[in-house]
Design a protein around this ligand. Sequence first.
Ligand SMILES: [Zn+2]
Ligand SMILES: [Zn+2]
Length: 139
Amino acid sequence: MTAVLDETRLSKNHRLVYEIVQEQGLGRHLPMSELYELARTRRPGIGFTTVYRALTRLRDLGLVSELALPGADSAYYEIAGPEHAHFRCTECGHVDNVKFTLPHEVCARIAGELGAQVTGADVSLHGRCHACATASIAS
Ligand SMILES: [Zn+2]
Ligand SMILES: [Zn+2]
């Protein structure tokens, strides 16, 4: 999938949401509710639906990644970047980037077994983050 980088075609509101996600940088994963709060500090009066539609459009354009992680109440958003996996803490909900991609041979084998075309993979791990793991040992 190639990203459409012609940002000039984005509306003002969409561009604002894109800027906010971009400012977070790769590795920061924010739920829609937090992005909405950030958008409101920049443009009071912006609607929840507007922010949601902007995120959907940016995702469809390949500019923003939407992650639906098992156990999370809502999707997280991050700026599109190199493919990576995620680790989600089941206690505090923190999400970290993990440098991992499924090896090409594995994808090719699975595709062969299914007789399907594999176009992508979302890998997520879960457990306790360092802070939560050490806190539970201390108590
Ligand atoms: Zn944690
Ligand atoms: Zn990520």
